[in-house]
Design a protein around this ligand. Structure first.
Ligand code: CTP
Length: 403
């Protein structure tokens, strides 16, 4: 399997019964040409011996910060930097909690905190532990840091309870890694501009007009594109979250005019531009430099002016080798509105989501999209997580043929 050949993989093993399955995982990875460095937590050794794993990986297993008899120091920083992928399998409730909260009390979590590699965690625990609100919260927290959770399977657990909590099979974990490495090169050399979040249009120094956009979808696209090797610039309106991928350049903007200026300054060099921002349609022409006082002033009449259409402006400047993708959030006449926008803004593709669909729209972690292409295709997708939707959108962009 060439997807994994030559890759450096840190495999962190924690103290759960599923640890015995990691022998198979190491074997699969090594056979496929990867270099595997195993880190074990002290409890993991109760479930599988370091000798088995060092024999299979061909490298001494690391567990402590120092080798007791020689005093040799193991650098968690070097290990973290060496890794192309950092895999924690099985990931117990305790290790997930430590990772989510930065508790660096062993070699594994310390290395995790130091790594810049993409991280995967394959939870394994008893059914009730898996459903506990604290575990679910920690998993959500880790996802927000960009950790890829390899969801546990359903089945009989070590406790003989049946339910979700079984570590995914080594073959599946291997496939996930293979998939990741195959995809990681697909956008290499591409320069990408993405807009995300809302814009804010000032009324006075303390008030503004805006909308409910949280930037989740655009940030997910930026992260997925960066994972695939693209050089990403994210022009981001005012939102609480930031992308976790270190390679993304962020330009923070507030108003539509600032967003337009940022986009125009970089569009020339972009191979692909994805307009995911919910740009406010109007700004306030008679905005006040001082706070409008409630008691002293008459009820203000806001004079609104149309904001520039950023997508349409880029559409007019677009060169034949550039791809421009837009979004359409609709409440009715979805297909015809989206097609109309694609035409009007000179887009190559438009991603439509409808506020009529449950789980689609502002602030949710999921989305349900239909992609319309210039060729007249309409590809409908089921409800998925925004990360999965981001992957679908990038797959569709990769399929766009230039004129
Ligand atoms: N867009 C933009 N600049 C604007 C308005 C929209 O770049 N001033 C982009 C959005 O980022 C999105 C696409 O255009 O990619 C469609 O946005 P949407 O708000 O759905 O469309 P509008 O053109 O505002 O049309 P309407 O409000 O009539 O639905």
């Amino acid at each position: 399997m060439d997807c994994i050949r030559g890759k450096h993989i840190v495999l962190g093993i924690t103290g759960g019964i599923a640890a015995y399955k990691t022998a198979t995982l190491v074997r699969l990875l090594v056979k496929a040409g990867a270099e595997v460095q195993v880190i074990m937590t002290p409890n993991a050794k109760e479930f599988i011996t370091p000798v088995t794993l060092s024999t299979l990986s061909g490298k001494p297993v690391i567990s402590e910060f120092f080798t007791a008899n020689t005093g040799q120091w193991h650098s968690h920083v070097d290990l973290g930097l060496w890794a192309d992928a950092f895999v924690v399998a099985p990931a117990t409730a305790s290790t997930l909690a430590k990772m989510a909260n930065g508790v660096a009390d062993n070699m594994l979590v310390t290395s995790y905190l130091s790594t810049r590699a993409t991280v995967f965690a394959a939870p394994a625990m008893d059914f009730d532990m898996m459903q506990h609100p604290s575990t679910l919260r920690n998993i959500e927290q880790l996802k927000s840091y960009g950790v890829n959770i390899i969801e546990p399977a359903e089945g009989e657990l070590a406790s003989h309870l049946v339910g979700k909590g079984r570590m995914e099979e080594p073959e599946k974990i291997f496939d996930t890694l293979c998939d990741f490495f195959s995809r990681s090169q697909t956008m290499k050399g591409k320069t990408m501009l993405i807009t995300a979040g809302p814009t804010r249009e000032k009324i006075d120094p303390v008030r503004y007009i805006s909308n409910y956009s949280t930037g989740k979808m655009g940030i997910a696209i930026a992260e997925e594109a960066a994972k695939r090797g693209a050089e990403v610039t994210l022009v981001l309106g005012p939102v609480d979250r930031r992308p976790s991928h270190a390679g993304i350049t962020i330009i923070d903007v507030e108003s539509a005019n600032e967003m337009l200026a940022a986009c125009e300054s970089i569009f020339d060099h972009a191979d692909i531009a994805v307009m995911c921002a919910a740009v406010a349609d109007y700004s306030v022409a008679n905005r006040e430099d001082r706070k409008i006082k409630r008691e002293k002033s008459a009820i203000p009449n806001l004079e609104l002016v149309k904001n520039p259409d950023i997508a349409a402006t880029l559409g007019r400047a677009k060169q034949p080798n550039q791809i421009l993708v837009g979004f359409a959030l609709e409440t009715d006449n979805e297909a015809s509105n989206a097609a109309d926008k694609m035409e009007r803004k000179n887009l190559d593709m438009i991603v439509m989501n409808s506020l009529r669909d449950k789980g689609a729209g502002f602030g949710t972690d999921t989305n349900k999209i239909t992609i319309f292409t210039k060729e007249g295709d309409a590809i409908r997708y089921p409800l998925k997580s925004k990360n999965e939707v981001a992957a679908d959108i990038l797959d569709a962009i990769s399929n766009i043929k230039h004129e």
